[in-house]
Write a protein that binds this ligand. Structure first.
Ligand SMILES: Nc1ncnc2c1ncn2[C@@H]1O[C@H](COP(=O)(O)OP(=O)(O)OP(=O)(O)O)[C@@H](O)[C@H]1O
Ligand SMILES: [Mg+2]
Length: 246
């Protein structure tokens, strides 16, 4: 199991400074979230933790080891689903298991179980274009979950889902995470989603992205979105994002 350290990380793309001195520590088993304005560098942070890109300053480690390349123990769920359009749901979700050398029989069992969890039972033989947008996103979530990673990196996984599916997927994610010791980092535009799910919320500034505040949410789960405490937490985050009414 892994503790993630983002240690004084800066990132520039040419002359564009995207991140400045970002510090994030996610202890093993914690559910962390990042909220921040569009373009502030959230996906860039996640891609670097996934080993898909590198900091220009500072370092990123998993349990003290520098992250140098992607690893199946750390799964990234992309902001836009990335299914192979010419492959069935079953193949897309089982592909990682196949690469890992899991037998067809075992693969089918694991794929079927995870598809049932994300509400896609019966859609094994469908192609991505035959699914709704929300179903495609759920298939892409299933593809990461089926690998049973130690670290789950989620880039706005529920952004494109309708309000009803979104709430049920948030609950499903909590169910899949609680008691597993998995480390989770969720990026979201949805402040309520962050408060509903996370132990710690990092609020980022506009680009160049910095952490302006980290907020611990100690409210026991399941959390009530209509509670006064929840509203106070929302207000606090909106203030940091400069969104509260002046
Ligand atoms: N590979 C790249 N090459 C050049 N610039 C990049 C690259 N990837 C990201 N950027 C730039 O870095 C900045 C941050 O991008 P990033 O995708 O991390 O933002 P974000 O916070 O995830 O935004 P959003 O909320 O809209 O998804 C943007 O200005 C983007 O143009
Ligand atoms: Mg992004």
């Amino acid at each position: 199991m892994q503790t993630i350290h983002v240690d004084h990380v800066s990132k520039a793309f040419g002359s564009l400074n995207v991140l400045e001195e970002v510090d994030i520590t996610i202890p093993q088993g914690e559910f962390a979230a990042i909220v921040g304005p569009s373009g502030c560098g959230k996906s860039t942070v996640l891609r670097m933790i996934a080993g898909l890109d590198y900091p220009t300053g500072g370092k990123i480690t998993a349990s003290e080891q520098p992250i140098q390349k992607p690893d199946p123990s750390r799964m990234l769920i992309f902001q836009e689903h990335a299914l192979y359009p010419w492959r069935t749901v079953e193949y897309n979700v089982g592909f990682g298991l196949e690469l890992a050398g899991i037998s067809k029989k075992e693969r089918t069992a694991q794929v079927d179980a995870i598809l049932a969890k994300v509400g896609l039972d019966g859609f094994q033989k469908y192609y991505p274009h035959q699914l709704s947008g929300g179903m495609r996103q759920r298939a892409s979530i299933a593809r990461a979950l089926v690998m049973d990673p130690e670290v789950l990196l989620l880039d706005e996984p529920f952004g494109a889902l309708d309000a009803i599916t979104k709430i049920s997927m948030q609950n499903e994610l909590l169910r899949l995470w609680e008691g597993t010791g998995k480390t989770v980092l969720l990026i979201t535009h949805d402040i309520d989603e962050a408060i509903y799910l996370a132990d710690t919320i990092y609020v980022m500034s506009p680009r160049p992205g910095r952490i302006v505040e980290s907020i611990s949410i100690d409210t026991p789960r399941p959390r009530n979105r209509n509670a006064a405490e929840f509203a106070a937490q929302r207000e606090r985050i909106m203030k940091h994002l400069d969104l509260s009414h002046h």
